[in-house]
Ligand binder design. Sequence first.
Ligand code: PLP
Length: 855
Amino acid sequence: MAETEKHHKRTFTGFAHHDLKKEKAKWSKETLAIWEKYGCEESVDKESFQKSFVRHVNTTLARSSLNVDNFSAYQATAHTVRDRLIERWNATQQAHTLKDPKRVYYFSLEFLLGRSLDNALLNLGLKEQFGEGVKELGFRMEDVLEQEVDAALGNGGLGRLAACYMDSLATLDYPAWGYGLRYTYGIFQQRLKDGFQMELPDYWLNFDNPWELPRLDIAIEVRFGGYVSKYTDENGRTRHRWEGGDGVQAVAYDVPIPGYGTKNCINIRLWSSKPKRQFDLSRFNAGEYEQAVNEQMKAENITAVLYPNDNHMVGKELRLKQQFFWVYASLADIIRRFKKTDRAWDQFPEKVAIQLNDTHPTLAIVELQRILVDQEGLDWDDAWDIVTRTFAFTNHTVLPEAMEKWHVPMVEYLLPRHMQIIFDINLFFLQKVEKQFPNDRDILAKLSIIEEATPQSVRMAHLAIVGSHRVNGVAALHSNLIKTTIFKDFVKFYGPKKFENKTNGITPRRWLHQANPKLSNLITEALGDKKWLKDLSLLKNLEPHAKSKDYRRRWKAVKHSNKVRLAEYIKAKTGIDANPNSLFDVQVKRIHEYKRQFMNILGVIHRYHYLKSLTPEERRDIVPRVVIFGGKAAPGYHIAKLVIKLINSVSATVNADESIEDLLKVVFIPDYNVSLAEIIIPASDISQHISTAGTEASGTSNMKFVLNGGLILGTVDGANIEINEEIGDDNIFLFGHLADRVDDLRHAHRYRNVPMDPDLQSVITSIETGNFGDSRIFAPLINTLTFGKDYYLLSDDFGSYLDAQKLVDEAYKDEDEWCKKSILCTARMGFFSSDRAIREYADQIWDLKPVPAKA
Ligand SMILES: *Cc1c(COP(=O)(O)O)cnc(C)c1O
């Protein structure tokens, strides 16, 4: 036991930096010389690549040169790149340890990274020579890259945002770490069976994962349950101690994130749950071997699976355990690092900024307060000052069903001390509220962290606001909305300055340079160099080229070849012929009622009927269209799953109708993920971002499409509004009611008889008549418009949606004008780089300075 404890202690603490230096000082000259001699950098030329590749085939993979398929070639290439990545990672982390700057820690339950090899090759500047090298060894780099499975540890926009932000933090040389969970199963794989979504487990770790560095020595014990004991300390103060409970281990896996055009390489530390090392020997001696082993196995459950709900809260105990497991281990790790230097606790916020990506990590606020008060013996107020100066909180939604609430009895049972602390935080907070608003019981109830229902619940957003020094929304409209709706009473109490906007951004490295290499080259040619990849505002210098006929011709050719590539993919996966000369109309994103894929497919049915009503003469004037859908529905979200079924039923009917020829094709591409987005987005002519106004906090795929020269058909919502401001009214198709009308319109549906839009009615009748298969299946979906009071206002926006679609058809007829718009779109997207967003966070929230990497 003593031995285990000693071992545990050493691995937990690690060597402090000055200890390492002391150890090294003891080495002989000879020893040091050996380290010097072999400590040289891994070369990055073609020959070194090939040498390293063959060595990895022979040793790491234990294969001979006669036995190397594309997958082995991928593994050997990945390991060769990994070696170079680790070197930069080491150098960066060492430099940060020496310099000890303020660091930011980005806490996100999701990191939707996608593939890493191509990204690493491009960011490290190795693509050309390694591509040549692999070709000479008998492989095509494209085939090699295709072998990689996505790291899909996220649902959609929120997880992908975290990934884009990591790319920017690394590229801009910020000392930053991400903290998350290493799920054994990422977001499920989507298959279609008879047009219905089927979910398959995403066992992405089936083969070895070269993009993680297991840190089995960094293991932190995390506890659940137990009880609180009260005692009086040597100074006569009443203190609390969290005791007992069951423990599991959090083991660290590090994912290196290389910056573009810098040697800086940051880290995402993902925790994996393992049984703790110390077994309960008495149970084994008592003959309870099987039960004891079973309980050990339960530990692995905690990080087994990513919850597949996007913008929807499900109050499962295991999810709460995931959240606590993650923030407990992450904070222990951060504090261990802070304690390497002898600093007073009040300097903690000068060394540590923690950004909460949504409310998922809100328990970190409570846990830090517990550490400071219970373990470190700080006074409550001093501790609370440190806590609130450390944390900042990003809100991602105003949808009521997405707001995190946890039942008090569940929190109490899993985390008894934390529940007490939450009640205390609330008490002291409400006392201040009462002082400011005496005799206003109403505002106390509205602001309380505790919702008074049966049972009581903890409102995580309230806790996050109270425990942070800054709260931000993710687009201008959204940030204004939270100030005037869900958090308006907090604005009354704190004043408006605590609440600000940080409009989301995307990384141009992945979403243009990597996903659309031909367009990237064409841009670089026009601008003279690749500086735009680090300063996206330079894209504005593309504008004059929109006037060049030759440049437009080449721009069009790139779009066309991207459409050919997507058409080939569609043919291979679905058997559907998508003619690349058609207008490609795309809506890819999570399937959710608020995103209104239902309205899109109803519009498609309207178009289908319209086409069937035309004479051959009239048809000649029609622009052929391919309408492309993609996206996953949460497994328990029945209405969203019916939308997928309807899309596939319409697809089957329309595509089989020979009278329609190539004028309309409908495609649902299964298993939308980051890698698929990289193929789809560069091929889009127009993409749809048609959420009910006020419901989409920002959207980020809207930015990806426009950056790639795709136009937008959208509502006046989220970042669409700011995109419009940047690119101009001529280059975007906006429609629909504005956010400030939504409440009234909903009220009308609820309390009055709103007649249905006649075009919408005829489309619904068509479904009910059975034109798209057994209509009974779709009854619950159609009921959302009738008995459901049309909560997302499809009938209110349908008319203006069809009008906007007409304008799209008309505009596309003038190919050359369309191409000008396309170029201007790309040219004016500089603002939406995640580099801009990250600089704003660093300057205005984190007070964080770059630590330039050595060249
Ligand atoms: C960007 C992205 C999203 C977010 O799309 P929105 O349209 O903004 O909801 C979702 N999934 C993937 C794979 C993405 O790349």
